[in-house]
Each structure stands twice: as C-alpha cells, then as structure tokens.
Design a protein around this ligand. Structure first.
Ligand SMILES: NC(=O)C1=CN([C@@H]2O[C@H](COP(=O)(O)OP(=O)(O)OC[C@H]3O[C@@H](n4cnc5c(N)ncnc54)[C@H](OP(=O)(O)O)[C@@H]3O)[C@@H](O)[C@H]2O)[C@@H](O)CC1
Ligand SMILES: Nc1ncnc2c1ncn2[C@@H]1O[C@H](COP(=O)(O)OP(=O)(O)O)[C@@H](O)[C@H]1O
Ligand SMILES: [K+]
Length: 490
C-alpha cells in the first residue's frame, strides 16, 4: 500500500492526458511503457523455465497486454498470447502485427494453453462499459480458476473503473495484483474493487500526472495529527470533548465513542448519556466524566460528537437542534443523522452552520439523507458523498468499503485502509469518537476526518478474526503511536 496520497483520474481526465502525451511522445509510447512495466513485474514473479499466459482484449488494454507479451518474449520467457476476439483499436492491431512479425502465435481459447506461473488479464480496462459476455466471459472464468499469480492490467476486467461495481452485475476477474497505468482509478478502492484488484501497483509511465479533485488518502494528508505533541502543553491544550448519545439499550455506543476519544488524545471527555441508570463511573475508562443534571451547553466544550446510540425521541431531536445551533466543531453520527433526515428544520440548521461539521453516514444513513434507495448510493459512492456535501454543507465521511470523504467544493478522498474486520457493531461509534478527539485537539476538520478514517482502517491491517469495536479503538491508538514514532524519526 502506498503511504503517500495518490491522484485518481477519471476516464475524461485520462483521455485528455493520453491525447496530450500521444501528441508529445507518439501514439504508441505509453502503451509500450505500460507493456514493459508489466513485463518487468512479471519477470520478478517467475522462476527460470516458468511460463506466462497473457489474455488480450480488442482495445488498448489488449494492446498493453500484447506489448507485455512482446517484452517477455524478447527476454526469452515462454509466453502464450490468447485473444478471444480480433483486435479493434489501431494500436492493438499494430501490436498484434509486431507480435506475429516476431514469430508469435495467438490462440483464441485459454483452455488450450500450457499451465503458467503467471496469468495476465489484459482484456478490458478503462474503456469498459458493457457487461463481459461470450468468449471474453469464458476467458474471465478461466483466469479466475487458475492456480497462478494473477495480474490485471490497469483495471480488473468486468469492474467499473469509476465505481468499483461489476458492470451489469456480472462478476469479472479477481486478481492478486492490479497494475494501474498513469494514475489509479477510484473503482480499485470501492465496493467490489479491493477484492477484485488485490494489491494495487501504480506505474506512472514517466509521465507527470496532473492533480485532480479526487485522491487516495495518504499520510501526507494528516501531517499535524502525526506530529509529536509539544512538551509545553496541558490537558486544556488538547480540548474538552462532549459525547452525546447512549439512550437505554444503546449506552455502549456512546461509551465506545467516548473511550475512543480518550485513547486518541482528547484532553478530557464528558459523556452526556440519555439512558436511565447511567453508571456513575465507567470502570473500563474511569477517566471519563459524566454530564449530570440539565443538558450541558455545547459551547462549554471544544467540540461535540452527537449521535452514537442517541435514539430518535423528541428529547433527542431537541438536543440535535441545540448542537446544530452551537458554534463549536461538531461530529454528527448515527441517529442524529436519521433525525436530521426526517426533519427539514434540522436540515436547514445543518446547512446554516458555520463551525466545522463532519457527518459520518453509512450507506443507509446517506440514502435517507439523500432521499433515495441504498442502491442509489452504492451505484456511485463518490458521487453520493459529493452530493451530500453540497446538500449539507458539511464534510461528509461516507463509510463502507472505500470510505469516501467529500467537501462541498467537490474535493474528495477515497480511503485505502481497512478491511471487513471493521464490519462489527460499534466500529462506526469508535470512528465518530476518533474524529471528535482530533477536532477537540483543534486539528483542521478535514485533516481530522481523513486521519481518523485512515487510522481506524489501518488499525485492523492484517487482522483476520477476533476483532471487536473495543479492540479497534485500542489498536487505532497504537497505530497513531507508531505513526508518531515514525514521523519523529523522519
Ligand atoms: N489512457 C491512457 O493514456 C493509456 C491507456 N492505456 C490502456 O488503454 C486502456 C483503455 O483502452 P480503451 O479505451 O481502448 O479501452 P479497453 O478497456 O481496452 O476496452 C475497449 C475495447 O474493448 C471492447 N469492449 C469493451 N467491453 C467489451 C465487452 N464487454 N465485450 C466485448 N468487447 C468489449 C470495446 O469494443 P466496442 O465497445 O468499441 O465494440 C473496445 O474495443 C487502459 O485501461 C489502459 O490499459 C495504456 O496503453 C497507457 C496509456
Ligand atoms: N467491509 C468493510 N471494509 C472496510 N471498512 C468497513 C467494512 N465494513 C464496515 N467498515 C467500516 O466500519 C465502520 C462501520 O460503521 P457503522 O456502519 O456506523 O457501524 P456501527 O453503527 O455498528 O458502529 C465504518 O467506518 C465502515 O467504513
Ligand atoms: K484488465
């Protein structure tokens, strides 16, 4: 995984860049570089005498694949080229001619090839729009069945490069690694994308890639959070966080958010819980304070997290209203978001807020806020997060596989860390508490959101089982500790 932010380019941006580079360098230079880059990686994966099978499609993704096969063949590697259909793009045709001129043969059926140590998916890339079918689908099935190292070129075949959904819901190639050319594509990090792509390897092909409004979050997005604390400080320096939520039966959610905030460095945390019979002390985190009596005033705190376990009572609604009216940084999660979704005046208050506001919906909550079915969010998570940012005026953290953080300006980030061990009750409450902790420490709100999401995901890196939300908050704190140690050593 790359630790620096990566620019994501969409199809239009890639086409523009390709056009400029092809005028500058010649139309086949990038394709040759892509092929060489893939071949170099493949050589590192095979031992003497091992074979490689390359699947090539009819367009430029296929052209890249043929170039890779040519480069391998030049180096004496036994490589078989399979093209389920004829070349269609000019460049692909040209590469096929070169392949034949070099004495190469082409078969149509991958099942007729010899067993290979590496198999390459160069069927379709960024030009994919329709579902894979016919002989190409057979080739996809063959690819997935192989017991070999599997490499997809640019994008796994069948995957929508922008959204990470299978095109036409037909599952495509599942690779061990995907080599992205020029820039990574959003779909590699979203929904089905991470399972399909495997490890993402970027090759910029010696091109200076322009910035865009979408990137993959890297450590450079949160350098202040990673910095060691100044010695000249006291608990007040790190802020007072208020966590509001935890109605009867859901008290744990508010505890998790509060404990996470303590672990991630809030100077102090006060829990305002709605449940009856709230204990006088949290035996696991005795550092936690409890708001007693009348509602605390958000303005007395540096920042507030509202929502975990809050419930949707009238009392909760009134409390959300008060929080929205406060002029202190605010994280809005869970039931607070559901209350806002169901209440126009609360939506107006949200939009009118001037202090930093981070909302952390999962897809269901986002769908309610956007008034559409959940599928209307899943179909394009980046677009949904951006829309919600415009609608709410808030920094939107749309949680899920490939959490998207979006600003109202359209600037957005896709988070590369995390795995399905995060899919456990309370994990979102921990995230809300972490963002609150960073806001209380007066880090910039965008940095707070990006840092919390990245660290929360990274904390479960390598975990395969045995993770609860309580573990995630401990491991997130350890992850931050490692990051700070590293940053101090840099
Ligand atoms: N951008 C750059 O600068 C660089 C780009 N590079 C490479 O180019 C790739 C993009 O190439 P691309 O635009 O030719 O599209 P690609 O993905 O090969 O597919 C289009 C072809 O496939 C066909 N086709 C599609 N779906 C199909 C289906 N289901 N079933 C059957 N056919 C289907 C489609 O046919 P059509 O729909 O037109 O009939 C068309 O012929 C990119 O991912 C990267 O690998 C590199 O060389 C480096 C520089
Ligand atoms: N498969 C997954 N891959 C990566 N992250 C995930 C996955 N499933 C859940 N998460 C993350 O776990 C958290 C779950 O939050 P949420 O849905 O609010 O759960 P809860 O309400 O139980 O706390 C979010 O940060 C989400 O991004
Ligand atoms: K591909």
């Amino acid at each position: 995984m790359s630790l620096t932010s990566l620019t994501i380019l969409n199809d239009d941006e890639l086409k523009l860049l390709e056009h400029r580079m092809s005028n500058l360098l010649g139309d086949d230079v990038l394709m040759r570089r892509a092929g060489e880059a893939a071949a170099a990686w493949i050589r590192g994966e095979i031992n003497e005498g091992e074979r490689v099978t390359v699947l090539a499609g009819p367009g430029n993704n296929g052209g890249d694949a043929v170039c890779a096969a040519l480069a391998l063949r030049r180096e004496g590697v036994a490589v078989e080229l399979v093209m389920p259909g004829p070349a269609k793009s000019d460049l692909c045709r040209r590469m096929v001619e070169e392949w034949r001129a070099a004495g190469g043969t082409i078969s149509e059926d991958p099942y007729m090839t010899e067993p290979a140590a590496v198999v390459v998916d160069g069927l379709f890339g960024t030009g994919q729009e329709k579902p894979v079918s016919g002989a190409y689908l057979d080739a996809v099935l063959w690819f997935n069945e192989r017991r070999a190292k599997k490499l997809s070129l640019d994008v796994p075949t069948g995957l929508n490069p922008a959204t990470g959904n299978w095109i036409g819901t037909i599952p495509g190639c599942r690779a061990d690694a995907t080599m992205a050319f020029l820039a990574v594509k959003a779909g590699l990090y979203l929904n089905e994308g991470p399972d399909a792509a495997g490890e993402v390897i970027l090759r910029e092909l010696d091109v200076s890639v322009p910035l865009s409004s979408l990137s993959v979050t890297g450590l450079d997005e949160f350098r202040y959070v990673r910095q060691e604390r100044a010695r000249f400080s006291h608990k007040g320096t790190f802020g007072k966080l208020l966590v509001t939520g935890g109605d009867t039966g859901r008290l744990g959610a508010a505890f998790l958010a509060s404990r996470a905030a303590l672990r991630l460095g809030a100077g102090s945390v006060t829990l305002e819980a709605f449940a009856e019979n709230v204990p006088a002390v949290d035996p696991i985190s005795p550092e936690l304070m409890f708001a007693t009596g009348a509602h605390p005033v958000d303005g007395d705190f540096t920042a507030t997290v509202i929502g975990p376990g809050l419930g949707q009572t009238e009392r909760a609604r009134a409390r959300v209203e008060a929080a929205l009216k406060s002029e202190k940084p605010l994280v809005i999660d869970a039931d607070a978001l559901n209350l806002i979704a169901a209440n126009m005046p609360l939506q107006d208050l949200l939009l009118a807020r001037r202090a930093a506001t981070v909302i952390t919906p999962h897809e269901g909550e986002a769908a309610r806020l956007l008034r559409r079915p959940v599928e209307g969010v899943t179909v394009d998570r980046v677009a949904a997060a951006r829309e919600l940012a415009v609608q709410s005026g808030a920094i939107v953290v749309l949680k899920g596989t490939g959490t998207v953080t979006a600003l109202r300006s359209g600037r957005a980030w896709v988070n590369p860390t995390g795995n399905a061990m995060l899919a456990t009750a309370g994990s979102g409450d921990v995230l809300a508490g972490m963002i609150g902790a960073f806001l209380a420490q007066k880090f910039d709100a965008v940095e707070s959101a990006l840092a919390a999401v990245w660290i929360h995901g990274q904390s479960v890196d390598g975990c395969l089982a045995n993770v609860t939300a309580s573990d995630i908050l401990e491991m997130s704190a350890e992850t931050l500790e490692v990051l700070r140690a590293r940053s101090a050593a840099e």
